[in-house]
Design a protein. Structure first.
Length: 605
């Protein structure tokens, strides 16, 4: 790196860090300023400016706040008080923000449900937070019906929108009931006392094992995400962001929306991603920014080139998971020279940014920023899946370019706002993420579960997930959850689930090694139907490897290292291999021809 490039990089980090700290440091210093006060101030300041819009509806700042006030009064009328939970199952739309903002104004908490989850996982997400009320968009009622038998009898269902089915017609419609409530701010004398430490949202994360975990997003953390990304992107009231990432995730629903709403800008919200329409729509809606996951960028790059590629006003994009081999072609083809890759997670206290758009890096912490953003890479033992401790019992910080686990020091310091850790709804799950006495007696560090390396200039590079979880299509896939769903199918004795690399694809695709009672007569068609009904699309295995028995360790842990390494390589695997071919709508035996098509990226996954 030349002297000019070094100076340019340092300047980018100075500006970016100062913007972010300027927007986030005051949050902890004003403990009574919650999301409720934030949006009421925004409504007063930006009143009739466009806040949220889609192809079907639009809301000004005044209307957004007013609709949230109706939801607040409705929630109180349903008996929702402080810390009571209302679950929300709704696709992307402006109304989504109104719902959880209104519940927050009433002192309640909204559990943002993943719209891809099948019945058992969906029911778990509702039950684990103790929700007694569920708001379901009419379009998702069939999906909710699969979870309903697994819920308590006292759970009340409210439908949003008109339903064509009999089930929806029997349920009260929340959008109709709202009309009977005022859209004025709730008077001070009637308000539930709130601080930034009170619960606001539950956002779910797969974690490394089992069912999704509910990450606690209090009013502090919600404002941290919104104001932080506003500072990181340098957004102004003239910016308009394109939101296509799901609003039940913190990236799209908090970081993306908050980046512009906190400064008077506007958000165009689309319910589903379309590579064919993305650039045309971004230009039509005069968007200046968008937030991505790596898969989104890869899909856009794979689409046929055309004049729409540069006929837009996008000045920058930000997100995570953009692969190094996609970064430069994407930047050059679409003429977007400010790409701010970041590393973060819903529950994590580790947040780093690639302010100077260095290809491949997920972020950087220069030496002069290390006191503000306390992140270390600790030496890690892959066999035991634990950080290595030296003779003194302390963890060992990795040397430059040495791979280890990323750890974030847990602090409650207003001058270091990103270092707080709020945990999950499950206290035991929270404690498992904390590493004690790591570098000094009494310290506490958040375990990211990710292997990373840091070079001598402070750039961080993502290597892989620790343990069983892998990422596919922008989602964390828990192999334990998938294996549990698969072993319920007749004829399956054992199942080992893992992720394997697929040429030309981001992340790792699901593969399962099966020990079946009768491999030759195994019902592949029925198995395919079974996994479609029990797993979201991103978690369904694409590959099957039949084995006589599954290898285990001396402590009865399933061996996966060799399986992951061998993947579906016919030159290394003699076991029968099958691929869930979307073209045939069936599992097909992998032969040389199909293996070649997969290697060449000719099969669209």
């Amino acid at each position: 790196m030349s002297i000019f490039e070094r100076l340019s990089s340092e300047l980018a980090y100075v500006r970016g860090a100062l913007r972010a700290l300027r927007r986030t440091t005051p949050i902890a210093k004003h403990p009574n300023h919650t999301v409720r006060e934030l949006f009421e101030e925004l409504a007063a300041r930006h009143a009739d400016r466009l806040a949220l819009f889609s192809d079907h509806e639009s809301l000004t700042y005044r209307e957004l706040n007013g609709r949230a006030n109706r939801y607040a009064r409705w929630a109180r009328n349903q008996g929702c008080g402080k810390d009571d939970v209302i679950a929300l199952l709704m696709p992307n739309r402006p109304e989504y923000l109104c719902v959880w903002l209104g519940v927050a104004k009433a002192g309640g908490v909204t559990a943002l449900l993943n719209t891809n989850l099948p019945g058992p996982a969906l029911a778990h997400c509702i039950n684990v937070v103790g929700s007694k009320i569920v708001i379901v968009d009419a379009s998702l009622l069939p999906q909710f019906e699969a979870a309903k038998p697994l819920l308590g009898a006292d759970v009340k269902l409210f439908v949003y929108g008109e339903s064509a089915g009999e089930k929806g017609a029997e349920c009260p419609r929340v959008d109709d009931q709202l009309q009977g409530f005022s859209d004025a701010d709730i008077p001070a004398a009637e308000r539930v006392p709130l601080t930034v430490n009170d619960h606001c949202l539950f956002i779910y994360t797969s974690g490394t094992t089992g069912m999704p975990k509910a990450a606690n997003m209090n009013h502090y953390r919600v404002q941290l995400a919104m104001n932080g990304f506003s500072g990181v992107t340098g957004a102004t009231r003239d910016d308009r962001i394109y939101i296509v990432l799901p609003m039940y995730h913190s990236n799209g629903g908090l970081g993306g929306i908050g980046s512009v709403l906190t400064v008077g800008g506007s958000c165009f919200i689309r319910d589903k991603f379309s590579a064919r329409e993305f650039w045309f729509e971004a230009a039509k809606r005069e968007c200046t920014m968008f937030i991505y996951i790596g898969e989104l960028c890869r899909y856009l790059l794979a689409a046929p080139p055309g004049p729409q590629d540069t006929a837009h006003k996008i000045r920058m994009c930000f997100g995570n998971g953009l692969r190094p081999d996609v970064f430069v072609p994407f930047r050059d083809r679409f003429n977007i020279h400010q790409i701010t890759e970041f590393y973060a997670a819903t529950e994590s206290n580790i947040t780093i940014f690639n302010f100077d758009s260095k290809p491949g890096a997920v972020g950087r912490i220069p030496k002069w920023m290390e006191r503000k953003f306390v992140v270390k890479i600790a030496r890690f033992d892959v066999a035991t899946e634990t950080p290595v401790r030296g003779p003194d019992g302390r963890c060992i910080e990795c040397a430059p370019d040495e791979t280890g686990e990323a750890l974030g020091q847990i602090l409650n310091d207003p001058s270091k706002p990103a270092n707080r850790f709020e945990g999950y709804a499950d206290r035991d799950a929270s404690e498992k993420k904390v590493l004690h006495d790591a570098f000094t007696p009494g310290d506490a560090w958040f375990r990211s579960g990710d292997l990373m390396r840091k070079d001598d200039l402070g750039y961080f590079y993502f290597i892989d997930r620790i343990g069983d979880t892998f990422r596919w299509k922008g989602e964390n896939v828990s192999t334990t959850e998938v294996a549990e769903a698969l072993t319920g199918f007749p004829g399956v004795k054992e199942a080992t689930v893992y992720g394997v690399a697929v040429p030309h694809m981001e992340g790792r695709a699901g593969m399962v090694a099966l020990a079946a009672e009768d491999a030759a007569g195994f019902d592949l068609a029925g198995f395919r139907t079974h996994i479609s009904g029990h797993l979201p699309e991103y978690a369904r295995p694409l590959f099957i490897r039949f084995q006589d028995h599954l290898e285990v360790t001396g402590t009865f842990k399933q061996r996966k290292v060799e399986l992951v390494s061998e993947g579906f390589d016919l030159s290394r695997v003699s076991d029968p291999l099958y691929f869930n071919d979307p073209r045939a709508g069936a599992f097909l035996r992998i032969d040389a021809k199909l293996a070649g098509e997969l290697a060449a990226g000719l099969v669209r996954l």
